[in-house]
Design a protein around this ligand. Structure first.
Ligand code: ZN
Ligand code: MN
Length: 480
């Protein structure tokens, strides 16, 4: 990007609230994998004569999330009808919040790659219900309303991002925050968190906001970053020819084409003909209630970064990797609380475990083992009953199939051999059968020791404790 051009990016995030029931009825809020349209009722289908009743759990979780984003909770808020017609919307409108949202004016601090922190403004967090899902065939479309009525939090940021990378870092941090306060599972693979990203370009130093492109419905961090990068480059090329977008547009990301396509010229807010939802009275919140929610706040990712920094001697990258991942920090904290060395815990998590998850394309939510089983494996490494190499194998099984590490080690015959006399007999055999290696070592060729250690490792099928083998061979050679 030439020095004189800057990119302006803002995000809108929809995250499903992980309540037991839907927003306005008693239908199960978990429709994942269910037969289409089995999870509906007259209320979420918008039949005449039914009345929506807001779910207290959805409101509590939205308030907690808003507080985690340092938003101000408005003492009162209301619901509005956002009118648009689309077959996936049973009411013919969405119950949303327009001019009196649940909360506003928040901030999230994100760590940038250069080690500095950047404050991202949160314009608002409001509540609304989700629509159903359309499935398009050749000449017709099918509609599944199971998801219709799921509570959503819509989180809108200020246009504070200056690169696709910053937007991606924020998105990952937001996912960690939602998972930490347990308001949303935020599993992108399951569509529980979706992004719309707005992007425009301008001359650096200008305050002008040029017309922007809104990229709709980005379903992964990768799509978010790639779509923004494509659109940034497209707009910069236009800008350098002396033009900007003529008006706001809405585009879609076509991952297979690697490009955005124009969907429509953007609707303005008035196209939705918002008006107050007559069937739901405004909500009011007392100071006492807000205080109570504040007291429920768990330790947030940024606070974890600070705690890890002050207590452990971990690199900055590793600290961020763990602190900004709810699942990984849970494993790390549990392990350290149970006496595992922070270095071993952090290393196993960030190099071994995340490697397996990435290779096997397994989402963190789908890890099959418990925190206790993870600690058991680390204890076996610490007391030398399993080698670090073998521990990788064991962890792979734990991730995929679950099961107790002790049982996996036994069934795979991976117990580390740490019995001194047994190892010593293998070492003696190694020395007897490799006199040349001993001579070379005694002549100063340190590398010759490797042949002897290798002999023992081979004989024990890799199960001997390598450090013990090393020490014992050295002792035997010295004693002649
Ligand atoms: Zn229902
Ligand atoms: Mn929305």
């Amino acid at each position: 990007m030439p020095m004189s051009t800057e990119v302006i990016i803002g995000l809108e995030i929809h995250a499903q609230v992980n309540t037991k029931t839907k927003f306005f009825c008693d239908c199960d809020n978990d429709s994942f994998g269910k037969e289409p349209n089995c999870n509906t009722c007259p209320i979420c289908m918008g039949f005449p004569g039914t009345l929506p009743v807001p779910n207290a759990e959805a409101i509590d979780k939205s308030v907690l999330t808003a507080l985690a984003l340092q938003c101000t909770i408005n003492p009162s808020c209301k619901f509005d009808r956002k009118n648009y017609f689309y077959p996936d919307l049973p009411f013919g409108f969405q119950i949303s919040q327009f001019d009196e949202p649940l909360s506003e004016h928040g901030t999230v601090e994100i760590p940038l790659p250069d080690g500095t922190m950047k404050k991202i403004g949160i314009t608002r967090l409001h509540m609304e219900n989700d629509a159903g899902k359309l499935m398009h065939a050749d000449s017709y479309s099918l509609c599944d309303y199971n998801r219709a009525g799921t509570p959503l939090m819509e989180i809108v940021t200020e246009p504070d991002f200056r690169s696709p990378e910053e937007a991606e870092i924020f998105a990952r941090n937001l996912q960690a925050i939602l998972q930490t306060v347990e308001s949303s599972d935020a599993d992108m693979e399951k569509g529980m968190m979706r992004f719309d990203a707005s992007i425009s370009v301008r001359e650096i130093g200008s305050n002008k906001l040029n017309p922007r492109a809104e990229i709709k419905n980005l379903n992964s961090f990768k799509a978010l970053k790639e779509a923004l990068t494509y659109e940034m480059e497209r707009q910069i090329a236009l800008f350098e020819e002396g033009t900007v977008l003529e008006n706001d547009i809405t585009v879609g990301w076509r991952e297979n084409l690697g490009k955005t396509v124009l969907l429509r010229n953007k609707e303005s807010a008035s196209d939705y003909r918002y008006f107050p939802e007559p069937d739901i009275p405004p909500l009011t919140f007392t100071e006492g209630y807000i205080q109570e929610m504040r007291e429920q706040m768990p330790e947030l990712p940024l606070e974890k970064v600070e705690r890890y920094g002050s207590k452990f001697n971990l690199s900055n990258d590793i600290t961020l990797m763990i602190a900004y991942d709810h699942k990984l920090s849970g494993l790390f904290d549990y392990a350290v609380r149970n006496g595992i060395s922070p270095e071993l815990a952090a290393n196993t998590i960030t190099s071994v475990l995340t490697g397996i998850l990435k290779d096997r394309k397994i989402s963190h939510q789908d890890i099959a083992f418990s925190q206790g089983e993870f600690v058991e494996l680390l204890q076996m490494i610490e007391n030398n009953s399993v080698s670090k190499t073998a521990a990788k194998d064991v962890l792979m099984d734990m991730v995929i199939k679950g099961g107790k590490p002790g049982d996996i080690v036994k069934s795979k015959g991976l117990e580390q051999l740490s019995d001194t006399s047994e190892i010593e007999s293998f070492c003696k055999e190694a020395i007897e059968n490799n006199p040349q290696a001993v001579v070379s070592y005694n002549n100063g060729k340190d590398r010759a020791l490797g042949a002897l250690v290798g002999y023992v490792m081979g004989k024990t099928k890799g199960k001997a404790n390598p450090k013990m083998v090393n020490d014992i061979i050295l002792k035997l050679i010295k004693n002649g």
